[in-house]
Design a protein around this ligand. Structure first.
Ligand SMILES: [Zn+2]
Length: 88
């Protein structure tokens, strides 16, 4: 099996203290996001501990630790490096 490129979720220095006030928000900082405005999506796997590189999606087999794609604000996405997310 080919190794998938992943980085720890801690790379983005997530801050979950803010309680989400809307049903669509940045996964990294919980600030509300507007679906119609520019933002990104990040694929979180391994029960929430890793980010999967978008170029390795084809090699990833979803399992019960797959947390799926989550919206992320552009500023937070930059903390991982924009190559680790895709445009929504
Ligand atoms: Zn954010």
């Amino acid at each position: 099996m080919r190794l998938l490129r992943t980085i720890p979720i801690s790379t983005g220095d997530p801050d979950y203290r803010r309680r989400p006030t809307t049903d669509y928000y940045c996964v990294n900082c919980h600030k509300p996001l507007d679906r119609t405005k520019r933002h990104r999506l990040i694929h979180i796997i391994d029960g929430g501990s890793l980010v999967l590189h978008p170029d390795d999606e084809h090699g990833y087999r979803s399992d019960n630790a797959d947390c799926g794609l989550h919206p992320i604000g552009t500023d937070c996405a930059k903390r991982y490096g924009l190559e680790w997310s895709v445009e929504a």
